[in-house]
Design a protein around this ligand. Structure first.
Ligand SMILES: Nc1nc2c(ncn2[C@@H]2O[C@H](COP(=O)(O)OP(=O)(O)OP(=O)(O)O)[C@@H](O)[C@H]2O)c(=O)[nH]1
Ligand SMILES: [Mg+2]
Length: 420
C-alpha cells in the first residue's frame, strides 16, 4: 500500500512540577528550601529515514506524544527529563502545521531532523524562589505544558530521474531491467498503480535513483487516469526520461505522444516541462525501430534521443551512462532548492482579550502556560501570577477596553473579578 498523505496529532511532553520542600534540621522548625525542579518534557522529533518510502505507518497511528518530565523531589533533587519521541518518515516528506499551513519541515535529504512539538520546561522548585527578602518561599511552579498541534504530512519522493510515459510504454519493464525494483509488468494499461523507486548503478559504480510512476494520458493534469496524483512525485526530480512507446498502439504515434506528455507536464507545473530530459524510444526490438528513431532524432536532435529494448537490453548501458552524465550537468540548487529544514513557529502574542457576555476572556499560550504553571492555592504563587500578568500589560489592556471594578475576567477555567 502506498500512502502519501496523512494528518496526525503531536504533543511534546509536559514539564514536571517543581515542589515545595524544606530541609529538616535539628532545633530549626523550618530549614532552608530544598524543593527540586521538575524535569523538561520530551520533544517530538521527526527524522527523514532512507529506508521508508511511504507514509503508511501513519494510516493507523495518528497520535504521537513524548514523555512528560518527572516532578522535582525534596533534597534539591530535580525530576528526570521526559524521553523524546522520535518518529521516522521517508525522505521527501513535507510537514505542515495544519492550522496555519506553514511548512515546518521539508526533508530533502535523509538524516534531517526537526522538532515538531517541543516539550514543556520543568517547573521550578521553591529553592529557586529564595531571595534575601524571602528566605523560605513556599511556592513552586508547575511544569509547562508541551506544545501540541495537528500536522499534515505530504510525501514527494526523492528521485533523481522521473520516468514519464503513456500506460504500457514499458516504464516498469525498463526500471526492472536497470535496477532492483520489481514493479508489476503486464500488457494492459495502468498496471502500475503506485510509484516505485529503483537505484541504478553505472559501470563506474556511481548511482542515481529513478522513479517509475503510473502512466500518464491526456488530461492527467486535471486528474484523468492516475497520473495527477503521482505527478508531484516527480516534481523534485532533477531530470526526466520521456519514454515513448515504440509499439505505437491504438493508432497513436510517438510524436503526438510526446506532445501530449510534455503538455500535461506543463499544465501541471511549468517547471516540470522545462526540466532537463532525454527522449527514449522503447521496444526497439519491434518493427521499424530504427526508422522511428531516425525520425525522432530529426525532430529533437541527435543527442536528445535514445532507442532501447528492455527485452534485448539494447541501448540500456548507453541510457544509463547518458542519464548519469545529464545529471552531472545539473547544479544541485536548481531543482529542489537548498536543503530545507524549517521550523518557523510564529511568535504568538502573549495574550489576546475578547469581550464575551458581560465579561472578558483572555487567551494566549504564554498567559495560559503561566496560569497552568502557577499553584494558585499558594499565596506567593498567586501574587507572582498577578504581578506577571500586570507586567505583560493585561491590566492596562483591560482598562483600555473599558473593564470596570467587579467585571468578570476569565483565563482557561480561572475566573476573577477585575479590580482597579
Ligand atoms: N517487445 C517489447 N515489449 C516490451 C518492452 N518493454 C516492455 N514491453 C512490454 O510492454 C508491456 C507494458 O510494459 P510495462 O513495463 O508494464 O509498461 P508501463 O509503462 O509500466 O505501463 P503502466 O504501468 O500501465 O503505465 C508489457 O507487456 C511488456 O512486456 C520491450 O523492450 N520490447
Ligand atoms: Mg508500469
Amino acid at each position: 500500500m502506498f500512502v502519501d498523505h496523512s494528518k496526525i496529532y503531536v504533543k511534546g511532553g509536559d514539564g514536571g512540577n517543581g515542589i515545595v520542600a524544606f530541609r529538616r534540621e535539628k532545633y530549626v522548625p523550618l530549614g532552608g528550601p530544598n524543593g527540586g525542579d521538575g524535569g523538561r518534557g520530551g520533544n517530538v522529533i521527526f527524522v527523514a529515514d532512507g529506508n521508508l518510502t511511504t507514509l503508511m505507518d501513519f494510516k493507523y497511528q495518528k497520535h504521537f506524544k513524548a514523555a512528560r518530565g518527572e516532578h522535582g523531589m525534596g533534597k534539591g533533587m530535580h525530576g528526570a527529563r521526559g524521553e523524546d519521541k522520535i518518529v521516522k518518515v521517508p525522505g521527501g516528506t513535507i510537514i505542515y502545521d495544519d492550522d496555519t499551513g506553514d511548512v515546518l519541515a521539508d526533508f530533502t535529504e535523509t538524516g534531517q531532523k526537526v522538532i515538531v512539538a517541543k516539550g514543556g520546561r520543568g517547573g521550578r522548585g521553591n529553592t529557586r524562589f529564595a531571595t534575601s527578602f524571602n528566605k523560605a518561599p513556599s511556592m513552586a511552579e508547575n511544569g509547562q505544558p508541551g506544545e501540541e498541534r495537528w500536522i499534515r504530512l505530504e510525501l514527494k519522493l526523492l528521485a533523481d530521474v522521473g520516468l514519464v510515459g503513456f500506460p504500457n510504454a514499458g516504464k516498469s519493464t525498463l526500471i526492472s531491467s536497470i535496477s532492483a525494483a520489481r514493479p508489476k509488468i503486464a500488457d494492459y494499461p495502468f498496471t502500475t498503480l503506485v510509484p516505485h523507486l529503483g537505484v541504478v548503478e553505472t559501470k563506474q559504480h556511481e548511482s542515481f535513483v529513478v522513479a517509475d510512476i503510473p502512466g500518464l494520458i491526456e488530461g492527467a493534469h486535471v486528474g484523468i487516469g492516475l497520473g495527477h496524483d503521482f505527478l508531484r512525485h516527480i516534481e523534485r526530480t532533477k531530470a526526466l526520461l520521456y519514454l515513448l512507446d515504440g509499439a505505437e498502439p491504438d493508432e497513436r504515434d510517438i510524436f503526438t505522444d510526446y506532445d501530449i506528455l510534455s503538455n500535461e507536464l506543463r499544465l501541471y507545473n511549468e517547471d516540470l516541462a522545462k526540466r532537463p530530459s532525454l527522449i527514449v524510444l522503447s521496444k526497439m526490438d519491434l518493427n521499424n525501430g530504427e526508422e522511428k528513431l531516425k525520425l525522432l532524432r530529426e525532430r529533437f536532435g541527435e543527442d536528445q534521443v535514445l532507442g532501447i529494448s528492455s527485452v534485448t537490453r539494447k541501448g540500456l548501458d548507453e541510457l544509463i551512462d547518458r542519464t548519469y552524465a545529464l545529471l552531472q550537468t545539473i547544479p544541485e540548487q536548481e531543482h529542489i532548492g537548498e536543503n530545507r529544514v524549517i521550523r518557523k513557529f510564529v511568535e504568538e502574542k502573549p495574550f489576546t482579550i475578547k469581550r464575551e457576555n458581560e465579561g472578558y476572556v483572555i487567551r494566549g499560550k504564554r498567559v495560559e502556560d503561566l496560569l497552568i504553571m502557577s499553584n494558585l492555592d499558594q499565596e506567593e504563587s498567586l501574587q507572582r501570577f498577578q504581578r506577571i500578568c500586570t507586567k505583560m500589560g493585561i491590566d492596562d489592556e483591560l482598562r483600555r477596553m473599558g473593564a470596570k471594578e467587579g467585571d468578570i475576567v476569565r483565563i482557561l477555567d480561572l475566573e476573577f473579578e477585575f479590580s482597579d
